[in-house]
Every structure is written in structure tokens, then in C-alpha cells.
Write a protein that binds this ligand. Structure first.
Ligand SMILES: *[C@@H]1O[C@H](CO)[C@@H](O)[C@H](O)[C@H]1NC(C)=O
Ligand SMILES: *[C@@H]1O[C@H](CO)[C@@H](O)[C@H](O)[C@H]1NC(C)=O
Ligand SMILES: *[C@@H]1O[C@H](CO)[C@@H](O)[C@H](O)[C@H]1NC(C)=O
Ligand SMILES: *[C@@H]1O[C@H](CO)[C@@H](O)[C@H](O)[C@H]1NC(C)=O
Ligand SMILES: *[C@@H]1O[C@H](CO)[C@@H](O)[C@H](O)[C@H]1NC(C)=O
Ligand SMILES: *[C@@H]1O[C@H](CO)[C@@H](O)[C@H](O)[C@H]1NC(C)=O
Length: 438
């Protein structure tokens, strides 16, 4: 059911794309393709294709069908005959360069559980593809560099497969790519910084791979709304440039990596952010006061780090006054005190302070653990001391939290602030489960 809905919405996007994309002229050269690796069976003589473009991809599909080693749902049985547009998983439409032609515009194999040793010789030889969705299959090997020659591709979802090798850098040559999802595979090595400068991208999901590298300094150049780097081995500090993404960045998942250093105040510039999650890293220092400027934030997770409070190790009260907060987790850190605004959030279940050093609330760390870290708190760099008190906004929350917020910028129908507020559904948190695995 989900797939169906998903595909419908994609089709709408596809239609929009095909209607609005400025026609990119298919040069003569683009029609020439390198030979397919496996020899395709000959095309039966009595086959007539409704379009030359379908005749060209027929042998590509048949050659790929021969490489499929497991097809538990019997999908490929329909991949026979000249009517390619009726093959299960293939969708035809008019390509942008010739609105009277018919071409394979989309492949949607989500959840089909097909096994094949490679996608090479297939995806790279379907020149009119706009969408390629193949999550939750068992495709192995690396991503063919020939995908660089797919001029219309704008959504590539190959998540939850068995793909490996380096980050597929060929995607940088696809000018209109807006959605890149390679999560839940076995990609390794580093992520080329160009991915953060690829201005066509709206969403980047690379969580649950084996990427190892320090976050590059151009991270903040990213135009994406959704940035999901969780469950890898990213190291180093969060780059200060992250604030440059303040007009776009909406959900940021950096949890379960190996990030170090102190939180830059520039995080507080992310006024569009609804989710910011750096849980389970090695971050230290204090929470910058600027976090009180996260005016859209609903889910803020710093759990499982080495953070401690402001002066006297207290959680900043201004942060607890942010009205949009639905879930603030500071559990598993080294905070020692909280003020009245934060207390209210603890009582309403919004603020989780378990496993800290605050005596008087249940489930805290043993005294020796607290004294050991707090006796030698990690030192943040000089610039950090200069900026951590800086508040780059006018804080308008009326402290302490009002019982009701009838007017103002908050969403309609919000329950009284004394109660835990439900967060709106996050796009990226759902990306942390390997979806569609059947
Ligand atoms: C092509 O011919 C074969 C027999 O030679 C027949 O089985 C098949 O149905 C024909 N296909 C079409 C599309 O006419
Ligand atoms: C557009 O596609 C149609 C149908 O395939 C074809 O007859 C026509 O020659 C094509 N036009 C151009 C300019 O290539
Ligand atoms: C996935 O494919 C590999 C071979 O490429 C095979 O060994 C493995 O059993 C397949 N897994 C499933 C769940 O089909
Ligand atoms: C991935 O492929 C390897 C061999 O290529 C296979 O042993 C393994 O079972 C596959 N993983 C899954 C989840 O199918
Ligand atoms: C990006 O961020 C850095 C560090 O915060 C800043 O120095 C720089 O001016 C910013 N660049 C742009 C284009 O905003
Ligand atoms: C709050 O956030 C924490 C950390 O991300 C998460 O474990 C917890 O399930 C969330 N609670 C709710 C009610 O969403």
C-alpha cells in the first residue's frame, strides 16, 4: 500500500518534471551506448516496438533479467514481449527532449527482493530515466560510473541493498539530481566534499554505511533540507559553516558517529530546523546560548555525549524556553543543575535528563563518574569561548512558559505548554529503520 502511495506521489513529481524541465537536447552522441556486458538474446523478428527508444532498451532489460539470481515474488515473469511499458516495475512517459516519443522514465523495484550481482549494464543504459527506485532488494557490486550519462535522473534510491565500494561520485555529474538515498548499504571510505556543494540536491540520505572521515568544512554549503549522516564513522567537530545552511536545513541527523569537539554557536542559526540530532557522539563543552534561537526546533537530541552545563554546569534556561520543543534529550551527559524553566520541561516529559549529575532527580550517574569528568572538563578552542554566550536572535519567549499561547507564531491547536507536545512526523527518523524490508 505504501509503495503504491509512494509511487503515485512520485508520478506527480515526474509529471511536473517532464512538463517543466527545459528541454535538454539529446545529442546524436548520447544515443551511442557502450556495449552491454552480457550478450542480450536476439530480438524476435515479429516484435514491433511503439517507439525506437523502447527497441533500444529491450535488449538491456533482457540482459539484466538473465543476471537476476533470485526473484521470490516472480516479478521478472512479466519482462517479456515488446510491450515494455507494461513490464512490472517499469514506467513509460514522454522524455523531455521529445514530447511525442515514449521512453522508460521510471524504474520502481522497491521491495521486490531481487538479487543480482550488479546494476552495471542496466541502470546506466536506460538513458531517459528520471526516477530509479530500487530499495530493499539484494543488488550487489558497485554503482556504475555510467550513471553520469543519465541527463534526466533526479531521484536515485538504492537504499537497503548490498552495494559496496566508494561513494558513487558519478552522481556529481548528474545536473538535476535532487534526491540521493544510498542508506543501508556497505559503502566505505570517505564522502567527497562535492556532495555538499551539489546545488540540485534536496535530500541526502547516506546513513548506515561505513563512511569514515571528518566532516568537511564545506558541509554548510549544502542546499539540502534533509541531511542524514547517522550511523557511520564521521569524526571531527561539527563545522562552523553549518550556519550557512540556515535558510534550508530542516532535519539533521548526525547521531551514532564519532564526532568530537565543542558545539559551534552557528547551530543556533538554523531557524528552519525541526530536528537536530547529534546523539551518541563524543561531543563536549557547553551548550551554546544560541540554541535558544532554534525557533522551529521540535526534536533536539544531545544524548550520550560529554556535554556539561553553563556556569555552575546548568542547562541554559533560554533553551528550555523554546516553545516549539517537543523532545529535548540531554540524557547521558554531565549536567549538574537546572533552573525553573527546564524543570517544567522535565515534569512535562519534554526534557530527558536521565544519567546526568543532577541530584534530586532519579536515575543519575554515580558521584565518582561525575567528579572525574567535571574536575577536568574538556577545553574548547579560543573562538568558542568568545562566541558561546552570543545569542544571534531576539529571544521572545516569555519566561517561564505561559499556560496557553493564544496568539503569536505558534502552530494552531497546540496543547497547553505544560503538557508534552507531540512532534510532527519527522522524515529523517523514519530513514533510520531499513524500510520496506519485507
Ligand atoms: C512472435 O512469434 C512467436 C512465434 O514465432 C509467437 O509465439 C509470439 O506470440 C509472437 N509475438 C508477437 C508479439 O507477435
Ligand atoms: C520524436 O519522437 C517521435 C516518436 O518516436 C519520432 O517519430 C520523431 O521523429 C521524434 N522527433 C525528433 C525531433 O526526434
Ligand atoms: C543476496 O545475494 C547474495 C549473492 O549476491 C547471496 O549470497 C545472498 O544469499 C542473497 N541474499 C538474499 C537474502 O537473497
Ligand atoms: C550480500 O552479499 C554477500 C555476498 O556477495 C552475501 O554473502 C550476503 O548474504 C549478502 N547480504 C544480504 C543481506 O543479502
Ligand atoms: C559560511 O560560514 C562561515 C563560518 O561560519 C563564514 O565565515 C562564512 O562567511 C559563511 N559563508 C557564507 C557564504 O555565508
Ligand atoms: C525523544 O528523543 C529521544 C532521543 O532521540 C528518543 O530516544 C525518544 O524516543 C524521543 N521521545 C519521544 C517521545 O519522541
Amino acid at each position: 500500500m505504501e509503495h503504491y502511495k509512494h509511487f503515485l506521489s512520485c508520478n506527480v513529481i515526474l509529471l511536473l518534471l517532464l512538463l517543466t524541465l527545459p528541454a535538454v537536447v539529446h545529442g546524436q552522441g548520447a544515443v551511442q551506448q557502450p556495449p552491454s556486458p552480457s550478450p542480450a538474446p536476439p530480438v524476435p523478428l515479429n516484435f514491433t516496438f511503439t517507439d525506437l527508444r523502447l527497441a533500444v532498451v529491450y535488449p538491456v532489460i533482457q540482459a539484466f533479467k538473465l543476471t537476476i539470481t533470485s526473484d521470490p515474488l516472480g516479478i521478472t515473469a512479466s519482462w517479456a514481449g515488446p510491450d515494455i511499458c507494461s513490464y512490472t516495475g517499469f514506467y513509460c512517459d514522454a522524455p523531455p527532449d521529445n514530447l511525442s516519443a515514449t521512453a522508460i522514465a521510471a524504474v520502481d523495484f522497491n521491495g521486490y527482493r531481487l538479487s543480482a550481482p550488479t546494476l552495471g549494464g542496466f541502470i546506466d543504459l536506460l538513458p531517459d530515466l528520471a526516477l530509479f527506485h530500487a530499495n530493499s532488494n539484494n543488488f550487489s557490486g558497485t554503482i556504475p560510473s555510467g550513471i553520469a550519462r543519465l541527463p534526466y535522473l533526479y531521484e536515485l534510491d538504492i537504499s537497503n541493498n548490498n552495494l559496496s565500494g566508494q561513494f558513487p561520485s558519478a552522481v556529481f555529474e548528474i545536473a538535476g539530481l535532487s534526491f540521493l538515498d544510498i542508506r543501508f548499504n556497505s559503502f566505505t571510505g570517505s564522502v567527497p566534499p562535492q556532495v555538499f556543494s551539489q546545488y540540485s540536491l534536496d535530500a541526502l540520505f547516506i546513513n548506515n554505511n561505513n563512511f569514515i572521515m571528518s566532516l568537511p568544512s564545506n558541509l554548510g554549503s549544502t542546499p539540502v533540507l534533509y541531511l542524514t549522516l547517522a550511523n557511520n564513522k564521521f569524526t571531527g567537530p561539527i563545522p562552523r559553516t553549518i550556519g550557512n545552511a540556515s535558510s534550508t536545513l530542516t532535519e539533521v541527523l548526525l547521531l551514532n558517529n564519532l564526532l568530537t569537539g565543542c558545539l559551534p554557536y552557528e547551530i543556533g542559526l538554523l531557524k528552519k530546523a525541526t530536528v537536530f540530532d547529534v546523539g551518541n557522539n563524543l561531543l563536549t563543552g557547553q551548550l551554546p546560548y544560541s540554541l535558544a534561537c532554534l525557533e522551529s526546533i521540535e526534536q533536539l537530541n544531545f544524548a550520550g555525549n560529554y556535554l556539561y552545563g553553563e556556569i555552575f554546569f546548568k542547562v541554559p534556561e533560554a533553551l528550555c524556553g523554546v516553545e516549539s520543543l517537543a523532545n529535548l534529550s540531554l540524557s547521558g551527559n554531565f549536567f549538574t543543575r537546572i533552573g525553573p524553566t527546564c524543570w517544567k520541561l522535565v515534569k512535562s516529559g519534554v526534557l530527558d535528563l536521565r544519567k546526568n549529575c543532577i541530584y534530586g532527580i532519579p536515575d543519575q550517574r554515580p558521584y565518582w563518574e561525575c567528579s572525574r569528568l567535571l574536575a577536568h572538563p574538556k577545553v574548547c578552542p579560543n573562538y568558542w569561548w568568545h562566541w558561546h554566550n552570543y545569542v544571534p536572535c531576539k529571544i521572545s519567549h516569555s519566561p517561564p512558559l505561559p499556560p496557553q499561547n493564544p496568539a503569536g507564531k505558534s502552530r494552531p491547536g497546540r496543547p497547553p505548554s505544560q503538557q508534552a507536545r507531540p512532534a510532527s512526523v519527522s522524515v529523517t527518523y523514519r530513514a533510520l529503520t531499513n524500510h520496506h524490508r519485507l
